[in-house]
Design a protein around this ligand. Structure first.
Ligand code: NAD
Length: 431
């Protein structure tokens, strides 16, 4: 099929590349001309394992191309995926101006039937606005369908997630749209959940809110564990082995971040309030998440006493391992709080140094590896559980630090072993 992907970020680039790899003819468009220029030079603007090779392969096979000319991309395609960003506004609602702009360009350049698919995460009922916009600005009386096809890929395993999804959700209101989308996803041989458009829009927000709730739930439990003196990892194991609950997303720590959970939670709270059902439980989920970041700072303070002029080595900046994404990363928030308290920060992340430099500039010292970040530090604080932080030479580490103090923000180390090796150790909810 001929596909246009509008918005070539994490979701658009992965979606476009994977669909090309499945044999479709894909044009990825974006209004960021620099990004398109890079992509046309095989220079991938994001860190995502396996993506670069797949982009190159499909460009060489002439199944994947990149353009800043959105009009041409629209004209050439039968199916158009909207994958632009939907960032939060001040009031927490989703900023849908990108969706509106793209809908208008689609309307003005439709020269034949088009299936327009919302893949960006949008509040329920956005499809109505997209449809109205297309009806209002559409020049020709060409027929079109709208569909919702929320994306569940995770950064760092995006290609695997796209190619082997647990399920594909499609929201449609015509048989034609359903047939096209079923055919497109057929090679993935996965369960396809078909519902109406509102249902599909809602599934994405409900899904992310549920996962965020699970994380805040175990973080709340971790605070009880700290108070009674037991280890939350064992508690999570004990409850997670119940298949109705499941161990995944029961990792206590410094909280969730990334470009989706915090934003989608805000948007869902906002839309439910607007619909007349204030979803207060989700406000508590947010509150617990904020408290975890402050908890990290207070645990460091408990171990170091006063923070002014203390040096803190930060291990990991990305919001999770195997990505360079620092959007809403707890590490950045915690670093800001530590700086405000007078501490000096040395940091290292295997992939997110460049993005952190763009965010924090010269307010912190950028280091070349884990040991460099720990040199002369009064405390090392692990923020992201990259594999390389699991293979530390502890004697070497101890010899470079000013004080052997560790805050394990992701509970990846064994507290007893750390103590035996002479470290002062604090985890999250480990008694
Ligand atoms: P992103 O910021 O990485 O990419 C968005 C792209 O859209 C950018 O390249 C931007 O230049 C482009 N864009 C913005 N306005 C445009 C316009 N008017 N015309 C053309 N291009 C335009 O964002 P992302 O992480 O890919 O997320 C996109 C959507 O998918 C969001 O709604 C997000 O919530 C959702 N989502 C993201 C993930 C994820 O893990 N990143 C997962 C599932 C769903």
């Amino acid at each position: 099929m001929k596909l246009a992907i509008i918005g070539t970020g994490y979701v658009g680039l992965v979606t476009g590349t994977c669909f090309a790899d499945l044999g479709n003819e894909v044009v990825c468009a974006d209004n960021d001309e620099k990004k398109i220029e890079s992509l046309n030079n095989d220079d991938i603007p994001i860190y995502e394992p396996g993506l670069e090779e797949l982009v190159r392969k499909n460009r060489r096979n002439n199944r994947l191309s990149f353009t800043a000319d959105i009009k041409e991309a629209v004209k050439a395609a039968e199916v158009i995926f909207i994958c632009v960003g939907t960032p939060p506004r001040e009031d927490g609602s989703a900023d849908l101006t990108g969706i509106e702009k793209v809908s208008r360009v689609i309307a003005e350049n439709m020269d034949s039937y088009k299936l327009i698919v919302e893949k960006s995460t949008v509040p329920v009922e956005t499809n109505r606005w997209v449809k109205d916009t297309i009806n209002m600005f559409g020049k020709n009386s060409n027929k079109f369908d709208i569909a919702s096809n929320p994306e569940f890929l995770r950064e760092s395993t995006a290609i695997e997630d796209f190619m082997n999804p647990d399920r594909v959700v499609i929201g449609v209101e015509s048989e034609k749209a359903e047939k096209i989308l079923r055919e497109l996803y057929e090679p993935l041989r996965t369960k396809i959940v078909v519902t109406n458009i509102k249902g599909a829009e809602l599934i994405k927000h409900a899904s992310n809110s549920f996962l965020a709730t699970k994380i805040s739930f175990i973080n709340a439990i971790s605070n009880i564990c700290d108070k009674v003196g037991t280890d939350v990892n064992a508690v999570a194991e004990g409850i997670g082995l119940d298949p109705r609950i499941n161990r995944r997303f029961l990792g206590a720590g410094i909280g969730f971040g990334g470009s989706c959970f915090p934003k989608d939670l805000k948007a869902f709270i906002h839309i439910s309030e607007r619909l007349g059902y204030p979803f207060d439980m989700l406000k508590e989920v947010q509150k617990i998440n904020e408290m975890q970041k402050e908890l990290a700072v207070s645990k460091i303070t408990d171990m170091l006493w006063n923070l002014p002029d203390k040096i803190i080595g930060i291990w990991g900046l990305a919001f999770k391992p195997n990505t360079d994404d620092i959007r809403s990363a707890p590490s950045i928030d915690i670093i800001r709080r530590l700086i405000a308290a007078g501490a000096k920060i040395k940091a290292f992340d295997p992939a997110a140094m460049e993005k952190t430099r763009a965010e924090l500039g010269d307010r912190i010292i950028y280091c070349k590896d884990a040991y460099d970040a720990a040199r002369d530090a009064d405390c090392v604080a692990l923020m992201t559980e990259w594999n390389e932080f699991k293979e530390i030479d502890w004697q070497r580490l101890k010899s470079v630090m000013r004080q052997p103090v560790i805050l394990d923000g992701r509970n990846i180390y064994d507290p007893e072993k750390m103590k035996d090796m002479g470290f002062r150790y604090a985890g999250i909810g480990r008694g």
